[in-house]
Design a protein around this ligand. Structure first.
Ligand code: KIV
Length: 272
């Protein structure tokens, strides 16, 4: 399948900042495997995120916390093999960058060396800024992630909208500036009031990508299994479902089983 966008040049962090300056919106979607990433990339996605949501989507964990560095590298390698155009960003998993900057940069280098992805994403603001700077000093592009940061779910105790209170909103704004000043190429804002995301988007020079953060952001990101309607029982207000793959797959599989059991499959043309 050919690209659905005309510009087939590889997307770079530099291009993303240009897109913000030109008022062009940025499309970002997760992928965790080769087959899906091929489809997502060929459709013309700007950024593919190898999110640690792989922990939920691919492994069935309740949170993103259990996924390991090795598992993230495995997913990122598969996505990179499939991707020609999109910028591939890989999440640093929980526990691989919070201990100290040296451990953070060591793990960051490992992900880059082994997966060949283009950039990394880390959750948090000033509390991880020294680690972010050290990773940037190693020549690795970093995307920040503020607002609802799922690796801190046990501290929050809830997946509800973040930064509704003035103090948390003020911290988020100063964290966003700190990440930009450190040299991040973009920031993801998750599940915060649209007006706050609009303020951050207008104050920063780097692109702000929203998920549940309203339409004023420079771009949007969703989890691929959610927007394709594969996942069940997860329907936050911000999620738009573009397909009902759960029904399509269930119907197809529901045909296959009786075809096998009745001897209808394979027929004469489906054998050697
Ligand atoms: O892991 C992930 O999928 C993410 C997105 C929700 C932004 O971090």
């Amino acid at each position: 399948m050919g690209y659905l966008v005309e510009d087939t040049r590889k997307v770079t962090t530099h291009r993303l900042i240009q897109m913000k300056q030109e008022g062009k919106k940025i499309a970002m979607l997760t992928s965790y495997d080769y087959t899906t990433a091929q489809i997502v990339d060929a459709a013309g996605m700007d950024i593919i995120l190898v999110g640690d949501s792989a922990s939920n989507v691919m492994a069935g964990n309740v949170t993103t916390l259990p996924i390991t560095l090795d598992q993230m590298i495995y997913h990122a390698k598969a996505v990179v093999r499939a991707t020609k155009r999109a910028l591939v960003v890989c999440d640093m998993p929980f526990g691989t960058y919070q201990v100290n900057p040296t451990e953070g940069v060591t793990n960051a280098i490992r992900i880059m060396k082994e997966s060949h992805c283009d950039a990394l994403k880390l959750e948090g603001g000033v509390e991880i800024i020294d680690t972010v700077k050290k990773i940037l000093d190693a020549g690795i592009p970093v995307c920040g992630h503020l607002g609802l940061t799922p690796q801190s779910i046990n501290k929050f105790g809830t997946y509800t909208v973040r930064a509704r209170e003035q103090a948390e909103a003020a911290k988020l704004v100063s964290d966003a500036h700190a990440l930009e000043d450190a040299g991040c190429f973009a920031i993801v804002l998750e599940k915060i009031p649209a007006a706050l995301a609009a303020r951050v988007t207008s104050e920063l020079r780097i692109p702000v990508i929203g998920i549940g953060a309203g339409g004023a952001c420079d771009g949007q990101v969703l989890v691929v299994a959610d927007m394709l309607g594969m996942s069940q029982g997860f329907s936050p207000k911000f999620l738009r479902r573009y397909a009902d793959l759960h029904s399509i797959m269930t119907e197809a599989i529901g045909h296959y089983i009786p075809d096998v059991k009745s001897g209808d499959f394979p027929n004469e043309n489906e054998q050697y």
